[in-house]
Design a protein around this ligand. Structure first.
Ligand code: GAP
Length: 434
């Protein structure tokens, strides 16, 4: 692991962003638990995403579908047959590794005294199996969803019939997905349980608008990540060539992030054509057609999908925000994403008047914003502690506050302080958080 990754992993554990899953029992490979600050960060990512994708748009609606689906869904979607990664097995100790994970294979080779031989690559299906019902036989076997996508497609007709959507329109969803990853790693980057946020954007194939919407969503997401503070130099598109694409995609591109472990997939934009709806029509026997209200024509729409991992987003936001200078370490998180928007301090914890006024401000602000309280140690230590978790503003109640009802507000990135009237604090913070 690189030096920077070691620092990020240590900070996440120490300050309560991310812990190894089931740690007291020795862990469970590829699972992670989010602590108090990590839970806030993830919730903020999801809230900003939902607001920008659903709340502010008239062409989008949201759903929340089941993790457990009828197993036929996964036959229809092609995942039972094709959702595989190539796997090789060490002939010495039978360790199994992804055939394309060259570093892992090399590292493993060095762990044995003798030369390691590997089996030929075999296809390994990534769907996680579970049993539902009282019998643990073949009939009770289901899959935990390997992508959150299929719950949307199988409800395409329900959404059409129960809302006023008209093409082009999108269905958004946020939720957990599960994959039996052969080689989880790079902290949360490749996990076995993770969260996705996706848009399935349905378009009219007869208007030949595939290219237009595909390019539209590519630009939308690139701009979105940059607007939330990711350095644009650390992002690029990587198109999938023929033969590299998932079984459902006519065209696909990833937005990649320049991570400490190399350029790595942040999210994907996929032109899924009519693959999913056609297959569900075929396998379920139910029509998945859309009737054009103007022409009366019936057809199966195409889908331009945007699919992002929330855990990967959280990780890359943290890495990109991590800043060290000769004086301090701070997380330059966008205020919309920062776990706490502000922290409130009394200058001295042993002065009841200061504590009383600071508590009033804290109690008032927290009605609208996540706000931290700290009265431990000296003011410098409190600033350092908030900087390290990315709190953009620190509000200090000092002796002048008792006289003129103003406080100091210190900016995390510049460390400059403004003197702000207490009655204006809420507007001041809201103006900066936008
Ligand atoms: N519905 C399409 C789909 O799931 P994908 O490229 O397999 O496409 C989309 O996954 C996104 O989900 C990825 O770009 C990544 O952000 C996230 N993701 C996929 N596998 C992951 C894993 N094992 N751990 C964490 N995030 C993952």
């Amino acid at each position: 692991m690189t030096d920077l990754m070691e620092k990020i992993v240590a900070l996440c554990k120490r300050r309560g962003f991310i812990y190894p899953g089931s740690e007291i029992y020795g862990g469970l490979g590829g699972t992670w638990d989010y602590g108090p600050l990590g839970a806030e960060l993830k919730r903020n990512i999801k809230n900003v995403w939902w607001k920008d994708v659903v709340q502010l748009r008239e062409d989008m609606v949201g759903v929340d579908t089941s993790i457990m689906l009828n197993p036929k869904v996964w036959e229809a979607s092609g995942h039972v047959e094709a959702f595989t990664d190539p796997l090789v097995e060490c002939k010495v100790c039978h360790a199994r590794i992804r055939a394309d994970a060259k570093d892992e294979i090399e590292k493993h080779g060095k762990s044995h005294d003798k030369k390691v031989d590997w089996t030929e690559p075999q296809k390994f299906n990534l769907l996680v199996k579970a049993y539902l019902g009282v019998l643990e036989d073949k009939q009770a076997e289901i899959y935990l969803r390997g992508e959150i996508t299929q719950g949307v497609h199988v409800n395409f007709k329900n959404v059409l019939d129960s809302s006023r959507v008209k093409l082009p329109f999108g269905i958004a969803q946020i939720g957990k997905a599960f994959r039996n990853e052969i080689t989880p790693g790079n902290f949360t980057f490749r996990s076995r349980e993770f969260e996705q946020m996706e848009v399935q954007y349905y378009i009219n194939p007869q208007k030949d608008e595939g290219e237009k919407w595909y390019e539209y969503w590519k630009k939308f997401w690139m701009d979105w990540y940059i607007s939330l503070g990711i350095n644009g130099d650390n992002l690029h598109f990587k198109d999938h060539k023929e033969g590299e694409r998932a079984h459902y995609a006519k065209a696909a591109t990833d937005i990649e992030y320049n991570s400490p472990f190399g350029w790595a997939e942040f999210m994907g934009i996929h032109h899924r054509g009519d693959w999913d709806l056609s297959r569900h029509e075929q396998y379920s026997g139910q029509s998945m057609k859309y009737k054009d209200p103007e022409t009366g024509e019936e057809f199966i729409p195409w889908d331009i999908e945007s699919s992002a991992g929330i855990d990967r987003s959280a990780l890359f936001f943290l890495i990109d925000a991590y800043t060290e200078d000769d004086k301090r370490v701070y997380l330059k998180l966008h205020p919309k994403l920062a776990p706490f928007k502000a922290a409130v301090f009394p200058l001295l914890a042993n002065k009841p008047d200061l504590v009383k006024l600071a508590r009033e401000i804290y109690e008032d602000l927290k009605q609208d914003l996540m706000v931290a309280w700290d009265e431990r140690g000296n003011i410098g230590g409190r600033y350092a502690s908030q900087d390290e978790i990315g709190t953009p503003f620190c509000i200090t109640v000092d002796f002048q506050s008792l006289e003129d009802k103003t406080v100091t507000v210190r900016d995390r990135d510049t460390t400059k302080q403004d003197r702000v009237k207490i009655v204006d604090l809420r507007d001041y913070l809201n103006g900066k958080i936008k």
